[in-house]
Design a protein around this ligand. Structure first.
Ligand SMILES: [Zn+2]
Ligand SMILES: [Zn+2]
Length: 327
């Protein structure tokens, strides 16, 4: 059993039966949601879809994992809680997987296997018993040492499953008390099962699509790509080649047409005094993202970003030191 100071080279293909059963149960339950449609359930679905993005995109990804901006602990904890409710694991596990993805993108050490076939990088990697580089809880700690000091994150990590069970009971109970069992089941199916399954598949597109399809602004060392329709569905996360080039930039859209709703939200938080130290995209002296591009359709591999992984990252580092495309 690896205990590792270095990531393991290949993923286990053995499926974790508990994870597979949970995944199947969520999909099965989601299929029943049309039979229990209510406008209240639909409204809760939409509200929680937005909340889930705040938790994963603005919270787990840009705030906690990449430190693209700062927020006071109440907002940071709220975003962490919303991330937990997206049912993608606790914040430390999520960040560990994501940091290893950045470090080893498109190589066998990448936990998400972004270079592999569609269904593996989309979904199956989440079901394996052992991910590359993350064989033990110690491996998770190894790449999230900077996050270990935060009690709120540790609590969210520890009680992630319990929080979601309590939330499910709350949805069922609230509907039942308000208008009977039908609304209770409706809120549970639309507010939990269908919403979580939809959130999984939309988020997983960044793994399965954004390393295979789309264009490149930057000649990064991986095969990351920008895809407009994934960016639209994920509030800007689909500008993935830009993100791999400058992982700490709060803005993932670097060209005028690359709309990044998440960055607009972060700028809004900044204007409201709720976010600070927002890391701007760095285009280099006098250069725009377009000028740095070597080819928007190219598939070449360039320098691998030296940043990241929590055990050695310098929190004050502004952006990736990856070479600019075409340089
Ligand atoms: Zn990626
Ligand atoms: Zn990232």
């Amino acid at each position: 059993m690896p205990t590792g100071t270095s990531p393991q080279p290949t993923a286990s293909t053995r499926i974790h039966s508990g994870k597979a059963a949970a995944m199947a149960a969520f999909h099965l339950a989601a299929l029943f949601s049309p039979l229990f449609f209510t406008w209240e359930g639909f409204a809760v679905f939409l509200l929680l879809v937005v909340a889930g993005h705040l938790g994963i995109g603005l919270g787990y990804h840009r705030l906690i994992c990449h430190r693209s901006y700062r927020a006071a602990w109440p907002l940071r904890s709220l975003f962490g809680l919303l991330g937990v409710l997206a049912c993608m694991g606790g914040p430390l596990t999520w960040c560990a997987i994501h940091r290893l993805h950045h470090r080893h993108s498109d190589r066998d050490e990448d936990p998400q296997g972004s270079h592999r076939w569609f269904w593996w990088s989309h979904l199956l990697w989440t079901l394996v018993r052992q991910m590359p580089g993350l064989a033990t809880p110690e491996d998770v700690r190894r790449v999230t040492r900077d996050l270990q000091r935060e009690r709120a994150l540790l609590l969210l990590e520890r009680y992630a499953h319990a929080i979601n069970v309590a939330f499910a009971v709350g949805l069922l109970g609230a509907g039942w008390v308000a208008a009977g069992w039908f609304l209770g089941v409706s809120l549970l199916l639309w507010g939990l099962f269908l919403r979580v399954v939809a959130g999984w598949h939309v988020t997983f597109l960044v793994n399965s699509i954004n390393h295979h399809h789309g264009y490149r602004n930057y000649d990064t060392a991986d095969n990351s790509r920008n895809c407009w329709w994934v960016a639209l569905l994920t509030f800007g996360e689909g500008w993935h080649n830009n993100h791999h080039h400058q992982p700490r930039s709060a803005a993932h859209g670097h060209r005028w047409f690359e709309v990044d709703a998440s960055y607009l939200l972060i700028r809004g938080l900044e204007l409201a005094g709720l976010a600070s130290d927002v890391v701007r995209p760095q285009h280099g002296p006098g250069q725009s993202a377009r000028q740095q591009s070597n080819s928007i359709t190219g598939s070449g591999f360039g320098a691998r970003p030296t940043e990241f992984a929590g055990e050695e990252a310098d929190p004050t580092t502004a952006v990736s030191s990856a070479k600019k495309g075409g340089s």
